[in-house]
Design a protein. Structure first.
Length: 259
């Protein structure tokens, strides 16, 4: 399918690897020029070079901490006017309700709620002026069904979801569509880290921890960054203009809910 976005320009956050890279590659395959951001310069430059070589699109790499004011300023200055924004940031560490203090919540809010909001406030007005834009926020399946040990993530991402619910409906009339993608467990470094934590807590191997988790997923496996990226690219396409303010699960059926 031709997504109709060849020649558009996208900013994809946390895109040197994992789900962010999956989104960047899918957009590049559709002919979108990219501004990539991550904190690690070496991995980011390697990803940028690989995408340029494979897809022949323009790729600008900006190594910066997108959750800081200075980092956002550097990324936004390099990005300029973009048509597509994909927000993404690593989730806070797991724990229990009694482990977290105010400072832990502030860090989680900065990374997983306030940073996406700041990026939207900076870039959506230009999209509205030009009459077209797409925003995809990578959140979590925990927005639909909270995960007890990820309470920091549950809280911050739920806040972002509430913000998007209202904002998306205010800007849709200007041709700008904002939606959220809610990943379940995917085969990324984050999954490896979570499996490692379970393995350590339960005294089992990481492989066994993964197998145990896979049994809780109706699809029987972890998702891939490539299929996640394909879903993101569709939401950014010309075909998604009537999808507004939605929260779309990509979790292999793991969230047991009717709606």
């Amino acid at each position: 399918m031709d997504l109709g976005i060849k020649g558009k320009r996208a900013l994809v956050c946390a895109s040197s690897k994992g789900l962010g890279r999956g989104c960047a590659e899918a957009l590049a395959e559709a002919g979108v020029d990219l501004v990539l951001n991550a904190r690690g310069a070496e991995a980011l430059e390697a990803t940028a070079a690989a995408i340029r070589t494979r897809y022949g699109v323009q790729v600008t790499a900006v190594a910066a901490d997108i959750t800081s004011e200075e980092g956002r300023a550097a990324v936004l200055a390099a990005a300029g006017a973009v048509d597509i924004l994909v927000t993404n940031a690593g989730g806070p560490p797991p724990g229990m309700w009694h482990d977290w203090e105010r400072e832990d919540f502030i860090r989680a809010l900065d990374a997983n709620m306030l940073t996406p909001i700041a990026l939207m406030k900076a870039l959506v007005p230009g999209m509205m002026e030009r009459g077209w834009g797409r925003v995809v926020n990578i959140t979590s399946q925990s927005v639909k069904a909270p995960i007890a040990v990820l309470g920091l993530s549950n809280s911050a991402r739920a806040g972002l979801t509430g913000y998007v619910a209202g904002t998306a409906r205010q800007v849709a009339g200007k041709g700008v569509n904002i939606n959220n993608l809610l990943p379940g467990i995917h085969d990324t470094d984050r999954a490896t880290a979570l499996d490692g934590g379970v393995a350590s807590a339960q005294g089992i191997s990481a492989e066994e921890a993964r197998r145990n988790r896979e049994t809780t997923i109706p699809a029987g496996r972890y998702g891939t960054a490539a299929e996640f990226g394909a879903a993101c690219a569709f939401l950014c396409s010309q075909h998604a203009g009537f999808i507004v303010g939605q929260n779309i699960l990509l979790d292999g059926g793991a969230t047991n809910a009717t709606l």
